[in-house]
Design a protein around this ligand. Structure first.
Ligand SMILES: *[C@@H]1O[C@H](CO)[C@@H](O)[C@H](O)[C@H]1NC(C)=O
Length: 282
C-alpha cells in the first residue's frame, strides 16, 4: 500500500493548510543522482526509499508504535510501556504520539520525578494549592485566620466570629476562636480538643517531650522514642485524664523543662477556669 498518494489527497481535501510536504535528499545508488523525496507523515514510517520514478513508500505504524514527526525512519518507535512511579497515564499510545504520563494526584513534576506536594504544618495554610506542574506554596496564617491541620491543600480560614458569645480563648494561627457556649463546656471535650491541638502544633524538644511522657505515665518509659508515638501517648492521656489531672499539666511540663509550653497551657487552663465559673453562675 502506497501512502504517499493518500497524503497528498488528504492535504488537498482538507484545503485549510497549504502545507508543503517536507522532503529529504536521497542519493539514488543506481542512477547516481540526488533525488528530493517526500518524508513520511506522522503515524507512518518509510517502507522504501524513493526512486527516480516513484516517491517514498510509507506504511502505517503497527500497534504500540508511533512516529510523531515527518520522517524517513525505517521503523516506527516503540511506545513506552508504563509510566514511572507516582505517575498516571494521561494519554495512551497512538500512532502519532508516545504514551503521555503525568504526575498523579498530590504530586508535581520536579526534573524527571514526581514529588509529593509539601504539607503545610498547623499554623500554615496553602496559599497556592499544588498542581501537577507546581508544588503547594504555604503561608503563615495571617492575623484573624488559622489552620489546625497538616495538609497540602487546606487554606487558612477565618476565626469563628463569636458574635454575642464571650471569647473564651482568642484564636491563634493554629486554632480557632473558642467561644463560651456553656453547653459546650459541660463534658470538657472542648478543653481536651484545645490541649490536643496545642501538643500537635508545639515544637517540643524530643528529649523533654520524652521526659514529659514518662512523667505522664508515672515513670513508665515510653515504648518507642518517636515524636509521632510520643504525641499519641500525650493525646490518649489527655482524652482519659480527669479534670484534676489536666490541672497538673503545667507542673508536669515545668518539671520536664518545657517552660514555654507550661506558660501557654497555664493561660489556656486559666481561661477555661474563668469560663467554668462564668457558666456556673448562669
Ligand atoms: C474573612 O474575613 C475577612 C476580613 O474580616 C472578610 O473580608 C472575608 O470575607 C472573610 N472570609 C470568609 C470566607 O468569611
Amino acid at each position: 500500500l502506497t501512502l504517499s498518494l493518500a497524503v497528498v489527497l488528504f492535504l488537498t481535501h482538507s484545503g485549510t493548510t497549504q502545507t508543503v510536504i517536507p522532503t529529504y535528499a536521497h542519493v539514488d545508488a543506481v542512477m547516481s543522482v540526488t533525488l528530493t523525496c517526500s518524508l513520511c507523515p506522522p503515524g507512518t514510517y518509510m517502507h522504501a526509499f524513493c526512486t527516480a520514478t516513484k516517491d517514498t513508500v510509507c506504511l502505517s505504524c503497527p500497534t504500540n508504535h508511533f512516529t510523531q514527526f515527518w520522517n524517513y525512519l525505517p521503523k516506527c518507535l516503540y511506545c513506552t510501556n508504563i509510566c514511572n512511579r507516582n505517575q498516571i497515564v494521561k494519554e495512551q499510545c497512538s500512532p502519532t504520539r508516545n504514551i503521555v504520563c503525568e504526575c498523579k494526584e498530590g504530586y508535581y513534576r520536579l526534573h524527571d520525578f514526581c514529588v509529593k506536594h509539601t504539607q503545610c504544618p498547623s499554623g500554615f495554610g496553602a496559599k497556592q494549592i499544588g498542581t501537577v506542574h507546581r508544588n503547594t506554596e504555604c503561608e503563615r496564617c495571617p492575623r484573624g485566620t488559622f489552620s489546625a491541620v497538616v495538609s497540602s491543600c487546606a487554606r487558612c480560614v477565618n476565626h469563628t466570629d463569636c458574635g454575642q458569645l464571650p471569647v473564651l480563648l482568642r484564636g491563634k494561627s493554629w486554632h480557632d476562636n473558642v467561644c463560651t457556649a456553656c453547653t459546650d463546656l459541660k463534658d470538657g471535650t472542648l478543653l481536651r480538643d484545645v490541649l490536643q491541638g496545642f501538643f500537635s502544633h508545639a515544637k517540643l524538644k524530643m528529649r523533654k517531650l520524652s521526659r514529659f511522657v514518662q512523667l505522664l505515665n508515672h515513670d513508665g518509659r515510653p515504648d518507642r522514642l518517636q515524636r509521632f508515638t510520643l504525641l499519641l501517648d500525650v493525646k490518649s492521656w489527655i482524652v482519659t485524664a480527669h479534670k484534676h489531672q489536666l490541672a497538673k499539666l503545667p507542673e508536669i511540663l515545668r518539671i520536664s523543662g518545657l517552660r514555654g509550653a507550661k506558660g501557654k497551657i497555664d493561660r489556656i487552663l486559666t481561661q477555661f477556669e474563668k469560663a467554668y465559673r462564668f457558666c456556673k453562675d448562669i
